[in-house]
Design a binder for this molecule. Structure first.
Ligand SMILES: *[C@@H]1O[C@H](CO)[C@@H](O)[C@H](O)[C@H]1NC(C)=O
Ligand SMILES: *[C@@H]1O[C@H](CO)[C@@H](O)[C@H](O)[C@H]1NC(C)=O
Ligand SMILES: *[C@@H]1O[C@H](CO)[C@@H](O)[C@H](O)[C@H]1NC(C)=O
Length: 200
């Protein structure tokens, strides 16, 4: 039993030290799972991301060269996903929660359908810039945005959102740009007007 365990440990050391294979950190594996969830959730009829996002290179950092993906210099984790105006169609990818170091997400100008997940704070806990403008999003603006404490820019304009704008959003001190123009939402509070909410 002990011998078997030792052999297994040795085998693992050998496998983990082979260059280029099996050498990905858990963070990178998580990011890969996140990016794969985007290709699973969103159709790419214009074939813009599919040829680039091949997932066939198992070297650390290879996903950082994918179309629309930017990484943190120091630890190679995905920092930004910018896929504006790429003709992508489908529901908001919940698997984005596996990009746990994500600061910037721009999916504007696509055909994102359905509602914004009500637990968006769980999916994008560290998000600073979120641009979902010019899509087909419906449903309510999640109250849980209030828990995205790093949020600086939130653009939801030109969608089909309904309901009230959560007044609690005004408690987000860092939020400097908030745009919900051209939706079906109920008028913002006075504080949100000061934040640059514009109806035009
Ligand atoms: C795999 O990705 C690494 C890091 O981006 C790169 O240096 C290498 O050339 C790639 N290998 C192939 C076969 O494309
Ligand atoms: C996140 O990654 C884990 C591990 O790869 C995976 O099992 C899980 O399904 C992913 N979560 C989502 C929501 O895709
Ligand atoms: C989305 O908003 C961000 C923040 O203002 C901006 O940098 C980005 O260019 C916007 N995307 C598009 C397609 O305009």
């Amino acid at each position: 039993m002990v011998l078997k365990t030792r052999a297994l440990v040795l085998f693992q050391i050998l496998v983990w030290s082979l260059p280029g294979t099996f050498s990905l950190s858990s963070g990178s594996l998580s990011d890969i799972s996140c990016l794969k969830s985007i290709t699973d959730s969103l159709e790419d009829p214009l074939k813009i991301i599919t040829p680039s996002w091949t997932f066939d290179n198992l070297t650390e950092g290879s996903i950082c060269g994918y179309v629309g993906v930017t990484c943190w210099n120091t630890f190679g984790r995905v920092r930004g996903i910018e896929l504006a105006n790429k003709g992508l169609r489908g529901e908001f990818p919940r698997g984005l929660l596996n990009c746990s170091q994500l600061l910037i997400l721009d999916l504007s100008g696509n055909v994102i359908l359905g509602s914004i997940p009500q637990d968006i704070n769980h999916i994008l806990p560290s998000i600073e810039m979120l641009n979902l403008s010019n899509n087909h999003l419906s449903g309510k603006i999640p109250l849980s945005f209030t828990s995205c404490s790093s949020l600086k820019v939130l653009k939801l304009n030109n969608n089909r959102l309904t309901g009230q704008i959560p007044q609690q959003l005004s408690q987000l001190n860092g939020l400097s740009i908030f745009n919900v123009a051209n939706n079906f939402v109920v008028r913002a509070s006075a504080r949100l007007c000061q934040l640059g909410y514009n109806h035009a």
